[in-house]
Structure formats: C-alpha cells, structure tokens
Unconditional design. Structure first.
Length: 229
C-alpha cells in the first residue's frame, strides 16, 4: 500500500512523461507546421514590413511552445513556475503589421497542439487557417481603393485647355483637391483625385493628356496603399 502511494505521488509530481519517440515526433511536427505557416505568411504578405527574421521566428516559436507544453505536461506547479520565469523577459519589438499578430497566435496554437499530442487538431487548424489566408489574399479581401489615383499636372492659365474633357473620358469621378499658382502667374499646378473607369489603363490617361501642348509635368500616383513604413 505504501509503495503504491509513493508511486502515485511520484507520477503526479513528474506529470506526463514523454518517450523519446514522442518527443522527436512532436518536435518534427511542430517544425513542419511552423514551416508551412511561414510559407503562407510569405505568400500572403503585402507591404514593406516583410522581415526574414519574422519568418524564422514563426518556426522557432512553434518549436519552443511545443517544448514548453511537454515540459509542463499535466503538472500545475510547473505551469506556474514557467509563467514566473518567463515574466522577467521583456519584448520590445513592435509588430508593424497587425496581421502578423494572427500568425504569432497561430504559431502558438500549432505549438500547443504538437506539445500536447493533439496532432489532428493542430493539422486541421493550421490547414484551415492557411486556406482562409490564401483565399482572402487571392480575392484581395478588404481592399477598397482599386482604381483611385492622384493626378498632378501643370497647365497654362490663359490657354484654351481641354484637360477636363480628357479626364472625364477616362475617370468615373474627378475632384479638384489642390490648386497652386506659379510665381510668374502664367501656369497653375492642379491636383485631382480621380477614380478611373473599369478596365482602364492609367497610362492611357497620361498619354492622352501628354498630347495637349498646354499640359505638362504630368504624374499619376496611387492615392491609397496597403503599405506600412
């Protein structure tokens, strides 16, 4: 009776024991899941905030969480001890893109699934997340400004210009947002916010305006970007 009590107490203290085969399989699965997640991140990333370090962090984080979950096992004391140990760490890196936070949480979930031997849940969860991310990226979900541009050009003031008719030919809407006169008073710089018609190449508008001798210094830039600096 005493031996059974000691054995039961020891198992409770040690928590869940993993065999070497379990440890290797869990770590291998966490690496594969983290690698897949990083590839999806790379394929769906937009903007200038891309970082190779973040891709590596996704893989490392998945593996680390797997190790942590295996260390904790079902031992509550270890869980509290680990929280206390990790609380002394301060992370000062700013996440530039809010979407990156979702990949961090998914890496945590994949690591937890691998570390607790919830293989099916981890694989299905990551597969569903990756599929949704690729589909939303393919359809460019959430993008509102698809054909809105800022048209900037300089025009002679006292000449009969037909730039308005040219703009209306290509643009669904055009709003004058800024007027700036030159120092000699002979020319004026105009800024228009325009929305091009469907299937219109912006270069066609620029080429057409360039044929007018009284219109020059033409530039056309996108008015909205999904780019973070």
């Amino acid at each position: 009776m005493e031996n059974n009590f000691i054995s039961l107490d020891s198992s409770q203290i040690l928590g869940l024991v993993y065999t070497p085969a379990d440890i290797i399989f869990n770590l291998a699965l966490s690496f594969v899941l983290g690698l897949i997640l990083s590839i999806v991140y790379k394929k769906t990333h937009k903007g200038l905030s891309y970082s190779q370090s973040f891709m590596l962090t996704i893989i490392f984080l998945t593996i680390i969480i797997t190790v942590v979950m295996m260390i904790i096992g079902n031992n509550l004391a270890r869980a509290f001890a680990l929280v206390g140990a990790l609380s002394i760490i301060r992370f000062r890196t700013v996440v530039k893109d809010t979407k990156d936070t979702a990949y961090i949480f998914m890496a945590l979930a994949a690591g937890m699934a691998s570390g607790t031997s919830s293989y099916l849940l981890g694989i299905i969860g990551l597969s569903f997340f990756s599929l949704i991310a690729l589909v939303l990226d393919y359809f460019n979900y959430g993008s509102f400004y698809k054909s809105e541009f800022i048209l900037i050009f300089r025009s002679k003031k006292h000449e009969d210009n037909n730039y308005a008719s040219i703009i209306s030919k290509y643009a669904k809407s055009a709003s004058l947002i800024h007027v700036e006169q030159s120092g000699d008073g002979d020319t004026v710089k105009l800024n228009y916010d325009i929305v091009l018609n469907k299937d219109i190449d912006p270069e066609e508008l620029v080429r057409d305006l360039s044929t007018n001798p009284n219109v020059y210094d033409i530039s056309l830039v996108a008015s909205k970007h999904d780019v973070d600096y």
